[in-house]
Design a protein around this ligand. Structure first.
Ligand code: BGC
Length: 385
C-alpha cells in the first residue's frame, strides 16, 4: 500500500468507527425517556409550582407536581395499546390545594392513623393535632401532601427527586426530618419506582407512602368493583370502629379480606362482616407475606381490569399495604374534566408500615433515630393482556 492508500484506509476506518459510535449514542438516546417541565400555577400564598412530565418509549407517562410531591397523571396503554390516565386527580393546582382526599400525594410524616393523636418515645408523650375524629390521619392538618417540595430532575431523564425539610415540632412530631422522594420511570418498562429516604436530628416516627387512587379503566370511568385483586398477605390488622388497629394480627382465611386468590373487589364488599362495616368497605392494612430474612422488594398486590386488560403489580420493601376501596368518595370532589368521583371510583394500594405502629410494640417499628437513614422503595408495574 502506498502512503496515500494507507491514509485513505485509515480515514475509512475512522469514519466507520465514528458512525458506529454515533449510531450507538443515537440508539441509547432513543431508549431514554424525557422529562418536560411546565408551570402548574401559584399557590394561594404565591409559591410558584411546577408540573414535571416523565415519558418513556413504551407509551407510559407520569406527571408529578412539587405541590405535595403528588402524582397528577399516570398514562398507561390498554391491551390495544391505547393509553388512558389511570389515577384520579385534578386539572389545576387549586384542586390539590383545596382537596381533602390525598389524590396522588406523598403522605407523611405518618401515613394512616395515629390513635388518640398521641404517642410516646422514651417516656415522653407527643400530642398531634386530630383531624379524623379522635385520631390523627396522614400526618395531621397540614401534612406533606400540602407542602411545597423542591424538585430536581435527574441527569438521566428518567428520574425526578423531590425534597422537603419538615421542621422540629411540625404537626407535633419531634426532630427536623429531611425527606427525599425520588420518582423513576423506567425507560424500557412501564414501571414507576418511588424511593423514599429520610433522616432526622432527634428520635421521631415516620410512615411515608403514596396515595394514588387507581382506576385501571381510566379515571372517571365508573367504579372499580369489577377489578380483580390479589393481595399477597395471609393476615390483616383488624380495626375498631374509628379504624385504629386493635393490635391483633388476624388470618384472612375464611374472611372477605382473603385476596390470596384473585377475586373481584365487589364480590364480598357488602358482606355483613364487622370489619367491612367499620371500613364502609375495604380500608385495612394487610400484613405482607415475607420471610423474616427476606429483604428487598416483595410482590404485595396485583390488580387487573378485565375490560381494558390493564394490570397493576405493586412491589415494595414495606411490611404492609393499605387497600382502600374509595369508600369515602362521594362525588363532591370534581376531578379532571370536572368529573364527579363517586364512591369506589378508584382504589388505593398504600405501601406502608402498619397504622398506629407507635402505639403497638408488636408491630414493625417506625422509630427513626439520628445517624441512621430510612429508605424504602415501592414499584408500580403496569402491563396489559
Ligand atoms: C385511609 C382512609 C381515608 C383515605 C383518604 C386512606 O389511607 O385508610 O380511611 O379515608 O386514606 O384520606
Amino acid at each position: 500500500m502506498t502512503a496515500k492508500q494507507n491514509a485513505r484506509a485509515l480515514l475509512c476506518a475512522l469514519l466507520f468507527v465514528g458512525e458506529l459510535s454515533l449510531a450507538g449514542s443515537l440508539s441509547s438516546q432513543g431508549m431514554r425517556g424525557t422529562i418536560r417541565k411546565e408551570s402548574f400555577g401559584k399557590t394561594a400564598s404565591g409559591a410558584r409550582i411546577d408540573l414535571y412530565t416523565l415519558s418513556n418509549k413504551k407509551g407510559m407517562q407520569v406527571a408529578i407536581t412539587n405541590f405535595g410531591a403528588t402524582v397528577v397523571a399516570l398514562k398507561v396503554p390498554d391491551r390495544a395499546g391505547k393509553a388512558a390516565d389511570v389515577v384520579l386527580g385534578f386539572d389545576t393546582l387549586e384542586g390539590y390545594e383545596n382537596g381533602t382526599a390525598y389524590f396522588g400525594a406523598t403522605v407523611g410524616r405518618y401515613g394512616n392513623r395515629i390513635g388518640g393523636g398521641q404517642f410516646s418515645i422514651d417516656g415522653k408523650t407527643y400530642t398531634l393535632p386530630k383531624n379524623n375524629g379522635n385520631n390523627t390521619l396522614h400526618g395531621g392538618i397540614v401534612g406533606f401532601n400540602k407542602k411545597v417540595w423542591k424538585a430536581i430532575a435527574g441527569k438521566d431523564s428518567e428520574s425526578l427527586e423531590m425534597s422537603y425539610l419538615s421542621v422540629d415540632g411540625e404537626e407535633g412530631f419531634p426532630g427536623n426530618l429531611s425527606v427525599k422522594v425520588a420518582f423513576t420511570l423506567a425507560a424500557d418498562r412501564n414501571e414507576l419506582k418511588i424511593d423514599y429516604t429520610a433522616s432526622t436530628d432527634k428520635d421521631t416516627v415516620l410512615n411515608l407512602t403514596n396515595h394514588s387512587y387507581f382506576n385501571l379503566a381510566g379515571e372517571g370511568n365508573g367504579d372499580i368493583l369489577d377489578h380483580v385483586l390479589m393481595l399477597h398477605a395471609k393476615q390483616f390488622t383488624p380495626v375498631d370502629k374509628t379504624l385504629i388497629p386493635t393490635g391483633e394480627l388476624r388470618d384472612v382465611a375464611g374472611t372477605p379480606l382473603d385476596f390470596t386468590t384473585a377475586t373481584s373487589i365487589g364480590k364480598r364488599i357488602s358482606e355483613n362482616y364487622e370489619q367491612l362495616v367499620f371500613g364502609k368497605g375495604y380500608d385495612h392494612n394487610w400484613v405482607l407475606a415475607r420471610a423474616e430474612s427476606e429483604k428487598g422488594l416483595t410482590l404485595a398486590a396485583e390488580a387487573y381490569d378485565p375490560k381494558s386488560g390493564r394490570k397493576l403489580e405493586v412491589l415494595t420493601t414495606e411490611p404492609g399495604v393499605q387497600f382502600y376501596s374509595g369508600n369515602f368518595l362521594d362525588g363532591s370532589a370534581k376531578g379532571k374534566g370536572n368529573k364527579a368521583y363517586g364512591q369506589r371510583a378508584a382504589f388505593c394500594l398504600e405501601t406502608q408500615h402498619f397504622p398506629d405502629s407507635p402505639n403497638h410494640p408488636n408491630f414493625p417499628g417506625t422509630l427513626l433515630k439520628p445517624n441512621s437513614v430510612f429508605h424504602s422503595q415501592t414499584v408500580f408495574r403496569f402491563s396489559a393482556k
